[in-house]
Design a protein around this ligand. Structure first.
Ligand code: NAD
Length: 487
């Protein structure tokens, strides 16, 4: 792996503290960082290098997946970090940064390979990209890359505007858009799961699959992000990006030796096959929900409109459920049900694949066969289980569903950011969101945004701590199905 400089905008922020430094540290422990590696943190405040390194040490001790066992190793790791104050709109500050980057490259004898990471509010993305170009920071003799986090726009128009700004300074192949769900090991496992298991490969079609359910439920409310969330809602915050990315990764059909380009291309094909929704279709296929007060994990919590920083009359969606159809050869006639929301009764992200009923139902007393289910647990636990029907050997007559389970040892499961940083360092964009997908997802979601804004879809209230509005259950009941595994 080539040596590089990691230039972090927003280095004093929350995301850096909780996710970025611990991920870099765990990559270092695994020997997955280049041997010569330089990190330059940026922020508005003046902070000395020593103080910056001490903050990083604190972040690692508090948030790293693995504990520090080798103090000398930690010290060596921290020596890679430098800090420079920089006010994003001030172009002159980038010249100072360029001097520091060059000085460190010379000290470490490393090539001009630079990764810029924008861990700052999205309104700064365009200015930073422009200033990287103007200041000469982007004029490298090696390579340059840009890592950004969602939100990639608020709708189709703003996403295009943002992309046009980034495109002035970076080529598409240089832009690594993080969707951290794509960094989760079980999402990265989906293709292997299908292709290395002939029994699944054989069944992975509309001939045998009855429906697919994708759930991402959270127990938390808006937390500290009220200002942001009230303008985005579940549809923009989760559905347009994470949920549709999971859908694409599940539904794509890859050739044998896939490359990042194949994956991007095949994801595009999934979105092209996603049946467009008119506003009338939205009313029939999409549920828009908002939580009221209730009890979550034993604690009484306020309703959404009673939360600090939320407009009392807000009709923002904190829950969305949708029925989607992929009109291609493999998936036609298989409904995909997707739901995501806040203040639900469980923190969990999972995919459930429900297989079709047996041609002949078992009959007789206690012969209640349930559908075969393949359950892929994406988080917080990474695991998989399969539901089969079995006549209980020691109970005699009745058939009952049993589960074959595998659950990974959680402390050994790498964080999504670890995998994604490693991929960005080696220039592999397989598990990132590519522009075409982002644009097409916004395009597909646009009628939902409009139908919500025009109040064409009723706002269904659900108590905090429940499993969502009843309308989300009716959506499946209409087709003779149910959401599986609701606690
Ligand atoms: P934060 O508010 O904690 O940190 C923001 C950072 O931006 C700070 O380091 C601050 O110094 C810097 N900053 C602000 N104005 C600046 C200026 N004028 N010049 C230079 N630096 C400036 O935010 P965060 O939670 O770390 O989030 C960063 C970004 O990542 C946001 O865009 C957020 O939407 C996104 N994000 C955050 C999370 C999360 O879990 N925190 C998750 C996904 C995406």
């Amino acid at each position: 792996m080539e040596a590089a400089t990691f230039i972090l905008f927003g280095s004093t922020g929350d995301l850096a503290k909780r996710k970025i430094y611990p991920a870099l540290f765990n990559l270092y422990l695994d020997g997955k960082l280049p041997t010569a590696f330089s990190v330059i943190g940026l922020g508005r405040k003046a902070v000395s290098d020593a103080e910056f390194q001490s903050r990083i040490e604190q972040s690692i001790r508090s948030f790293s997946r693995r504990r520090v066992q080798d103090e000398a190793g930690l010290k060596t790791f921290l020596e890679a970090f430098r800090y420079s104050s920089l006010d994003i709109p001030v172009l002159g500050d980038y010249s100072r940064l360029l001097e520091l980057v060059k000085r460190r490259e010379a000290e470490l004898g490393i090539p001009e390979n630079r990764i810029f990471y924008m861990s700052v509010a999205p309104e700064f993305f365009g200015t930073i990209a422009h200033s990287i170009k103007e200041s000469g920071l982007g004029a490298v003799t090696g390579w340059k890359r840009l890592i950004i986090e969602k939100p990639f726009g608020r709708d189709l128009t703003t996403a295009r505007e943002l992309n046009a700004k980034l495109a002035q300074s970076f080529e598409e192949r240089e832009i690594f858009r993080i969707d951290h769900y794509l960094g989760k090991p079980m999402i990265q496992n989906l293709e292997d799961l299908e292709y290395t298991n002939p029994i699944l490969q054989a069944l992975w079609t509309n001939r045998y699959i009855a429906n697919v359910q994708i759930t991402a439920s959270e127990t938390v409310g808006v937390e500290e992000r009220a200002g942001y969330y009230d303008h985005y809602g579940a549809v923009r915050d989760m559905f347009q990006n994470h949920m549709l990315q999971i859908l694409m990764m599940l539904a794509l059909q890859l050739p044998k030796h896939s490359t990042a380009d194949n994956v991007a291309f095949k994801k595009k094909l999934v979105l092209e096959s996603l049946r467009p929704l008119s506003k009338e279709d939205v009313r029939l296929n999409v549920v828009r929900g908002q939580y009221t007060s209730g009890v979550v994990e034993g604690k009484t919590v306020p309703g959404y409109t009673e939360e600090k920083g939320i407009d009392k009359a807000s009709a923002n969606d904190t829950f969305i459920a949708a029925r989607l159809w992929i009109d291609n050869y493999f998936w036609s006639e298989v409904p995909f049900y997707i739901r995501t929301g806040k203040r639900l009764n469980e923190k969990s992200t999972r995919i459930v694949i429900q297989f079709k009923d047996p041609l002949e139902k078992p009959n007789g007393k206690n012969m209640q066969a349930a559908p075969n289910l393949l359950i892929i647990e994406i988080g917080p636990e990474a695991g998989i289980s399969f539901q089969l029907n079995l006549k209980e050997p020691n109970q005699g007559e009745g058939i009952e569903p049993i589960h074959i389970r595998y659950s990974a040892d959680q402390k050994d499961v790498p964080e999504a950011y670890e995998k994604l940083f490693r991929d960005a360092l080696i220039g592999d964009s397989t598990f990132f969101a590519h522009w075409d997908e982002v644009e097409m997802s916004w395009q597909w979601v646009q009628p939902i945004l409009e139908a919500f804004e025009e109040n064409l879809v009723p706002l269904e209230l659900y108590p905090a701590g429940s499993n969502g509005p009843s309308a989300a259950h009716k959506l499946l009941q209409q087709d003779g199905y149910q959401w599986w595994l609701d606690p």
